[in-house]
Write a protein that binds this ligand. Structure first.
Ligand SMILES: [Zn+2]
Length: 295
């Protein structure tokens, strides 16, 4: 997906930004006085707003419904980048960042870059030899979310030391919320000792599974449409472990997931790996996964 064509696109976008920038009337900035923060994915919007409150104006690059594995930014988004003071990247190898980050950086060399994955141990899959990549979905573990929040807080203090006390108070309040979330998920899932496995279309909950001692079985592997053999293996596995649900993200096509669900006499269940309301959504994820484990 990277390569020469993207450079032509980016050149055109940069030109468009310059033209728009010159034509934009003065005083159109409703967000004047706020710190412009760019993030890659929706959960980071929640994290930055929890800490920054009224002092930040956050722009997300991968919008609701889009996939961070394939998304390409628009000219309007790059214009926001050109005005921003901070970019909080996920940093774990999300394809959007691998393909676009250098070009985004070229639009604004003055932004503070915060790597949210700093201090998080990445999980490497069994079949990484093809791509050499780690599982990028670090944010699905609330303990990792804690570290991401701490990294974001440090970045905001660096940009705006005047409000340091407020950012630290906000951070500590939100870390307590994340701790309560962690306790809730344990309470919701720990009682089930017989079946601690779930079948999912896109493998976005690997860090969640590792944190709560669950096994995630993915139908889609390495972003490829599953082969008939992989699908059959998943069906066999589901029958062996008496699984009834195929978990799917709203952002990804579900035809194959529906087919597997039909074959095992079960159904698909949505769990959102890219929530804007992180804490509430992760609670509902735990409740959804409990459906599979509680009988
Ligand atoms: Zn993903």
């Amino acid at each position: 997906m990277a390569g020469g064509r993207n450079w032509i696109v980016i050149g055109t976008l940069i030109l468009a930004i310059c033209v728009l920038g010159c034509l934009a009337p003065a005083g159109d900035q409703a967000e004047e006085g706020k710190i412009g923060v760019i993030v890659s994915i929706l959960p980071q919007v929640d994290f930055v707003e929890q800490i920054g409150g009224e002092h930040v104006a956050v722009t997300v690059m991968v919008p609701p419904g889009a996939s961070p594995h394939t998304y390409e930014p628009t000219a309007g988004q790059l214009r926001e980048v050109s005005k921003a003071q901070m970019y909080a990247k996920v940093g774990s190898g999300v394809e959007f960042e691998l393909a676009w980050f250098d070009k985004i950086r070229a639009v604004n060399r003055n932004m503070l870059i915060v790597d949210c994955s700093k201090g998080i141990e990445l999980i490497h899959g069994a079949d990484e030899h093809d791509h050499g990549g780690a599982d990028p979905h670090i944010w699905t573990s609330p303990r990792n979310a804690r570290i991401m929040v701490e990294n974001i807080c440090a970045g905001l203090i660096e940009i705006d030391p005047e409000h340091e006390a407020e950012y630290i108070a906000n951070r500590d309040r939100y870390l307590q919320e994340l701790d309560a979330l962690d306790v809730y998920i344990h309470e919701r899932l720990d009682p089930y000792t017989k079946k601690r496995v779930f079948l999912i279309y896109h493998p976005s909950f690997g860090y969640f599974a590792a944190e709560y001692n669950l096994t995630q079985i993915a139908i889609e592997q390495e972003g490829k449409v599953p082969s008939p053999k992989v699908i059959q293996d998943c069906i066999d596995y589901a029958r062996q472990y008496n699984l009834s649900y195929v978990y799917v993200a709203p952002q990804f096509a579900t035809q194959n997931a529906e087919m597997v669900a039909h074959e095992i006499g079960g159904r698909t269940v949505f769990i959102d790996p890219l929530p804007l309301d992180y804490s509430a959504t992760m609670r509902s994820v735990a409740a959804s996964l409990a459906l599979e484990m509680e009988y």
